[in-house]
Design a binder for this molecule. Structure first.
Ligand SMILES: [Zn+2]
Length: 273
């Protein structure tokens, strides 16, 4: 079996003590990974790790919407010390020149906690979408709507509907919107990633059954949201196999067949070399 964990954070300090072991554990089950940046510091670290494990890891650069607001909160899994940054697209552009960088991510809209800085989120998102277009790399988005709505998806969709983004590859990471919104996005060519949550929550079943397999990627979002077998514990790239299994099951496909198609498509869309 071969698989790509298209969205995880192997560069975070949560993995500092045993990173080499974890990459090896993934390799032993045929899993490679993309280390996703959340601001300049974690993007830079992702690139360093991608060079250190150059046959297993690729990197992205991006600025997560939760890091833009004045209510910025510090996640100790992500940073050993709390360091807020000011968003600067030129810093990201410089980092994105590295050949290991395969996507602009993670960026988007997070209205789950607070919408008061929507304007700031919109500005940062627009600039990152434009950078992805300029570099011809996929844009992998974090969109988290306020409860019971699709608001974060609607605004991303509105911005990306500009014809200048027609050729941009658009990926919704950890899709958690409605089936209707998924249909709308799929019609416009969007891709979707799903992680460990689909192994224990049933609200994703219908959406995964609806979407064509070639619009889906498997991810872990490690160290967060481990699948059923490790629920509540630290997540890691090797566990993406469990996500692939669940996708195959929901699609009524043979596991190896589904794994192959997910793998080939991940390599193609992210242009992994
Ligand atoms: Zn993430």
């Amino acid at each position: 079996m071969k698989a790509i964990d298209v969205h995880g954070h192997i560069q975070f300090p949560d993995f500092d003590a045993d990173r080499a072991e974890i990459v090896k554990r993934a390799r032993d089950v045929g899993v490679k990974m993309i280390a996703v940046g959340t601001q300049a510091a974690t993007s830079k670290k992702a690139i360093e790790i991608a060079h250190q494990f150059s046959s297993d890891v690729w990197a992205t650069v991006g600025f997560h919407p939760n890091h833009l607001s004045k209510n910025w909160h510090h996640d100790e899994k992500e940073q050993a010390e709390s360091k807020q940054e000011v968003f600067d697209i030129n810093v990201l552009r410089e980092l994105a020149k590295d050949p290991k960088v395969v996507s602009i991510s993670e960026c988007g809209f997070d209205f789950f906690y607070d919408k008061s800085d929507a304007g700031l989120q919109e500005k940062a998102f627009g600039e990152q979408a434009s950078l992805a277009r300029e570099l011809n790399k996929p844009l992998m988005m974090h969109c988290r709507p306020s409860k019971g709505t699709d608001d974060a998806y609607k605004i991303a969709l509105e911005i990306l509907s500009d014809p200048k983004f027609d050729n941009l590859k658009k990926i919704m990471h950890f899709y958690a919107g409605s089936l209707d919104m998924a249909k709308k996005l799929a019609k416009l060519g969007f891709y979707f990633t799903f992680g460990g949550v689909i192994t224990f929550a049933r609200s994703y079943d219908e959406i995964i059954k609806y979407l064509p397999l070639d619009r889906i990627f498997a991810e872990t979002d490690c160290p967060y949201v481990a699948p059923q077998s490790h629920r509540g514990k630290r997540n890691e790239p090797a566990y993406v196999v469990e996500v692939v299994l669940k996708i195959a099951e929901l699609k009524g496909l043979d596991f190896e067949e589904a794994a192959d198609e997910l793998y080939e498509n991940s390599v193609k869309i992210f242009n992994l070399k």
